[in-house]
Design a protein around this ligand. Sequence first.
Ligand code: UDP
Length: 243
Amino acid sequence: MNQPIYKRILLKISGEALMGERGYGIDPSVLNRLADEIKEVHELGVQVGIVIGGGNIYRGVDAVAEGIDKVVGDQMGMLATVINALALQNVLEKKGVMTRLQTAIVMEQIAEPFIRRRAIRHLEKGRVVIFAAGTGNPYFTTDTAAALRAVEIKADVILKGTRVDGVYDSDPEKNPSAVKFEQISYLDILKLDLKVMDLTAITLCRENSLPIIVFNMNVPGNLKRIVLGENVGTRVYHENEIS
Ligand code: UDP
């Protein structure tokens, strides 16, 4: 089992995943490990797109609490994702992985604008493409950006890296008897109101039958295991699909 089962993946990394044990910002050792893991799957010949969050630096909801308008707060949050993306790009390039950074908000001095066809071309040429600034619109999340970019670049799967092992019936960090699903349909996620991704993201994946694998990004080697076809985390599938 050393042939990847996916040709093209979209990896979603939350901002929180980058801060490790710190309360804020980026932990260089975590970033370094993530980059190693991405390099590993890239070396298997898998085309890798990445959407990165910004919650380790700024979230729109915090802004509202601080008296900043929601839209402005969301714009600040989107800029936070660009900071993370620049850091990840830099570490990957230092490890010899060719990358391109595309942003949904134009900032040409530091990154390419998001152009779908160009992104696909980069992937075909073996460059890791990092998509930053979310969807470019307020009132969305980077989970929705991940679903959108995955559909646009025709990824085979979204791999959502989190701090827990997969999808549980309740929050495993709060409830020790929470039960993990090996797999679950989009519809059941919606029905049970499970907080896997926001509803917009789940709906977009469901409408386009795009599978999601939710897995623990803090377990070294998980990303590679998934790409090589091991059952890691929870697979989210369409209810019409024979699972
Ligand atoms: N955001 C936005 N539109 C998007 C994506 C993100 O307005 O398309 C803002 C939103 O304020 C969000 C912040 O950017 O709180 C950071 O993104 P997110 O919370 O999704 O990051 P993560 O939880 O993955 O770290």
